[in-house]
Design a binder for this molecule. Structure first.
Ligand SMILES: N[C@@H](Cc1c[nH]c[nH+]1)C(=O)O
Length: 379
């Protein structure tokens, strides 16, 4: 009998913790709305095909069958449903959506992380230019500020960078792909042996450093600058530098790092991607990026898009819980409802006491450390 247990990786939330979470969500939604984003809600359950573009190396979705035998899943992501909506509803582009809701990702049993997390995010669809990426970053960092998180590190990556460089190297396949996999896995001995035939080429200074190409923005960029520049690579570098300058100007308290040796945080990203961290914690506060091809999975037309989602639970973890405020119980008898309502409106932090006797009301007030207003005394 498991009716008193929760499935692995889920939790109940109540009281102060749940209220803080609600407040955080409200603050984020207010920022989205104030910047002109419109609300979009999608169902918690979808056909599993919607999530096909997702590579699920670290987790798998919860799956079950509907009455026709079709595989349904609890959504493991909120961006793919937005792409589905765009292909089925004929909404005119460009659009700016905001949403909040839970995503469900079955992680390894002892990973210590939850399988149900709450996200609040935005998707900007129909803009090719870098201003849309910057709007995502501006929303992300404004959100962190609203939570009093002032020392955020934005880690930027670029989904196309690794492929662009591997292509430039002109390695025979499958060597190019193996090099990429060794780089992502930080399998250094394999990486070394794969790039050693290029030791005498102009790529050598870069290739020797590539597995360590993360951290300080300027250092990483200076290594990338040693590569021969194709127009594609130049555009990638220019956009990264301009984005760092944008963050420095708009959010001078925040740090920017660059990682050009990682796998893209989402398999559907096609351009810049970014994550926000604070302190030493490895959990990110927000994660987002550009995905210009995702909509073509659902429809013929190509549309540019960029978005980001806050991990609301990670924000809650970094928010100190406020002390429990003292509550006032309003005790009254059955004939005094009107009066009790008046008191309730007047007294801050009050609640109606629904106990049946005065003695029970007193006991309740004592055990909750609450004040008690007794309306039956004034009669
Ligand atoms: N859906 C992404 C975040 C995102 C929103 N838009 C673009 N990326 C995630 O869960 O990591």
């Amino acid at each position: 009998m498991k009716n008193k247990n929760l499935p692995n990786g889920t939790r109940d939330e109540f009281g102060t913790q749940a209220e803080v979470k609600e407040q955080i969500q409200m603050k984020l939604l207010k920022i989205f709305k104030e910047r002109g984003f419109r609300k979009l809600t999608t169902p918690v359950v979808e056909y599993s095909d919607v999530f096909e573009p997702l590579s699920t190396d670290n987790y798998r979705p919860y799956q079950f069958l509907d009455e026709q035998g079709e595989t349904l899943v609890l959504r493991p992501d909120l961006t793919l449903p937005v792409a589905r909506v765009m292909s089925t509803t004929g909404v005119d582009l460009p659009v700016k959506w905001y949403y909040s809701g839970d995503v469900f990702r079955v992680k390894k049993r002892l990973s210590g992380s939850y399988n149900q997390t709450t996200q609040a995010g935005i998707e900007i669809i129909g803009y090719k230019g870098i201003k849309a990426d910057w709007e995502c970053l501006a929303v992300a960092l404004a959100g962190c500020r609203a939570m009093n998180l002032n020392d955020v590190t934005v880690e930027i990556s670029q989904a196309k960078f690794v492929d662009t460089v591997v292509q430039q190297l002109n390695l025979p396949e499958p060597t190019g792909n193996s090099l990429k996999q060794a780089l992502f896995a930080k399998d250094l001995s394999r990486y070394e042996s794969l790039w050693s035939p290029l030791k005498e080429t102009e790529f050598a200074p870069f290739l020797a450093e590539w597995p360590w190409l993360f951290g300080d923005f300027d250092k990483v960029i200076s290594v990338v600058q040693t590569l021969p520049k194709t127009s594609e690579l130049k555009k990638i570098i220019d956009d990264l530098i301009a984005t760092k300058q944008f963050i420095n100007q708009q959010f001078p308290d925040d740090q920017v790092t660059l990682d050009l040796s990682v796998r893209s945080p989402q398999s559907y990203y096609t351009g810049m991607a970014f994550r926000g961290f604070t302190g030493k914690s490895a959990d990110y506060l927000f994660s987002g990026g550009r995905y210009d091809n995702l909509l073509t999975n659902f429809q013929k037309v190509k549309a540019s898009a960029v978005g980001l989602a806050f991990d609301v639970d990670a924000l809650v973890e970094r928010t100190p819980l406020p002390p429990e405020p003292k509550q006032t119980l309003i005790y009254f008898d059955d004939q005094q409802w009107q009066l009790a309502e008046q008191k309730l409106a007047e007294v801050p932090n009050a609640t109606l006491c629904l106990a049946e006797t005065k003695q029970a009301a007193k006991q309740l007030a004592d055990s909750n450390d609450s004040d008690l207003i007794d309306l039956t005394e004034s009669r």
